[in-house]
Design a protein around this ligand. Sequence first.
Ligand code: UT7
Length: 322
Amino acid sequence: MTRFSRVIGTGGYLPEHIRTNDEISKMVDTSDGWIYERTGIKSRRIAGPEESAASMAEVAARQALESAGADPSEIDLIIVATGTPDRVYPSTGCLLQQRLGIRNCVAFDIQAACSGSIFAMSVADQYIKSGAARTVLVVGSEICSRVVDWTDRSTCVLFGDGAGAILLQASDKPGIISTHIHSDGEFEELLYLPNPQSASESNKNEAGFVRMRGNEVFKVAVNTLGRIVDETLSANAMSQEEINWLVPHQANTRIIAATAKKLRMSMDNVILTLETQGNTSSASVLLALNEGVQDGRIQRGHVLLLEAFGAGFTWGSALIRY
Ligand code: UT7
């Protein structure tokens, strides 16, 4: 019997505080008009002083468990995707395990920047398909507001905080149809987050803030995401019309529109959260998925194409029959 990873629950968490483009315009030389036109972002959520990747992950994870009617004790494996962990170690996965009050499962983190949740889903799917795990909790949680330089207008307008979660369980019905993940370390300098404390002598004076050559990243992202659409469809001998929903990483509406065009898909079939959430890095795809499920747009049986692109570069997709 073929074993698939079926989505049995989704969850999400957004911090309470909303930071609008107008507020950022008072901090750096920018405007609501520029930000909205170039990115599609109007506002983003900013975590409170006592919040962290682990605390946000817990809320999203509990919501995913509740929507599945599952108990934390059923979880065999926790994978957290984050580039902004509370501590380098223990992993945020272990911190989440502690918060969920469970001990008999494996927990670890995956770091693939904005593609993190797709990478984590791909790993989860391999564990479930191989029979090594039955129930896997995947969470993407990011506190981007603490790693952006609020004096750098080219990056601070883009990012937001939040967490998304998905609970996957072995089933004889799909489920995840396929995942496709890729990396190319050649592009280190176009998008990176320094870690001065453990960097080499020549890099240790860089501040721990996101650095991005946005326009160059943009061009690679559009081309690469076009290729991942082709790869995903051809691996499954599917045509564009069979996809009901595009659930993209939320970096820029212009990038998302290019991917939708490649799928000959109307923007009405794209789950967009960018306007009110900004780019929440590894949380964004799972937050968008949760939103589409919660508001009833995504229905059982629909085919979803999840995709993301991020630092590394890393990129990937997950084709799911919900
Ligand atoms: O999530 C991981 C992957 N990340 C991405 O996929 C992000 C990809 N990149 C992008 O989304 C876009 O490149 C940005 C939104 C970051 C930038 O948009 P752009 O259209 O590529 O603008 P640009 O970087 O080419 O800059 C155009 C102009 C520049 O001024 P000059 O040189 O033309 O005078 C910038 O200095 O816009 C200026 N600029 C700004 N102006 C007002 C840059 N940031 C701002 C700002 N407000 N916040």
